[in-house]
Unconditional design. Sequence first.
Length: 425
Amino acid sequence: MFNQATDKAAFLLYDLAWSLGIPFLRLNRRLAEGYDQRRFRPPLPAPADIWIQAASVGESFLAWELLKRLNPGRPANILLTSNTRQGMEILEKAIQEITPNDRNISAARAYFPFDKPGIMKRAAAHIHPRVMILLESEMWPAHLAALKKVGCSVVVINGRVTAKSLKGYLYWPSFWHRLRPDKILAISGDDARRFGRLFGSQRVEIMPNIKFDRLGSAAEAPGKTNPLSFLVLPDTKLIVFGSIRHQEEDQVQKILHEIRQRHPMVVTGLFPRHFHHLDSWASFLKASKIPWCLRSQTDAPVPPGTVILWDTYGELTHAYHLATAALVGGTLAPLGGQNFLEPLTSGIRPVIGPSWEDFHWVGAEIIERGLVRVAKDWKEAVILLAGDLTRPAPPEKVREEAYQYVKDRQGGTAMACRLIEEFLN
């Protein structure tokens, strides 16, 4: 068990590590973007009543849902931060959607500062939020310590923490106990128990996952106009490979080859989960002599049989709405899975691999009902996807079944907004 002196020494070492590492972080292509904002250098964001941290893409969509529903009953300025460019793009769209509004809410976005204690101290003192919202599992020690010093309430929304992460936190239990959030809304009983072990069970409640709210609204209203409709000719089918992770590229490449042999005229939408792997996919497509194009350079229908390599963000949901079949990545390698609820909003029963541990909160019944199909390997994935291209399920029927599944699991956004408004007021 560490004592307070040990915790203080560890914090000093943490500060030193950041001091040594920050100059080199500029060499990282992902972190170089917004580098001055990450160091909290001018121009600085305006002070905010509510600060919402959305680490990346998934969390940014959760922040979007909160923005649409928050109603503090008084003027409130909200700062939205993210660690990634893709997250920032989604937050910008969210801000545009709610501006103007009749709830007296204004919002701005910025890159999340580096967690060097000196940087976070400046950031917390300047922004001086009354409420800090951490989405899912984004907890940084210097950030939490700086918020405590300015008297900010800290709330974890849609909280989840894996057994592996908990084990790491428990190396310094007294340290994290002093930094504990004021309230945690966890998305499952297992997550609630793990948070309770770390911070105390009296601070933890279980909430419905906000992602169910996103699925429900989209299932009811898929939209009249798809901005991607021009990409695919009327008689051509589209298959989407969504959120493909680097560790499963070999398997997805095999699936791509097999699908093209069985359905040579199908258009493929290939969405790497991280854009810094676009080059490796481009090299593969060139070497395989597969016709392809970059989405950013495409403003007209593509020829049948083309692979569209997606290098623009925020269009995956639109692509799912346009598709006939879909494979969701992060599931063919032991990575825990990616969001397979999104394709259901478009009326597609997605195919996933055997790894979906991070989404067990959805419930095994979604597999039992056949709304999501689990392939034991890439070969079985080919069979399922080829079958979907040949005999697609009626989208309206899939959407209705999906909505029936989630309607009793909704309400997380409303619950989270009530809690935020209580802390704010």
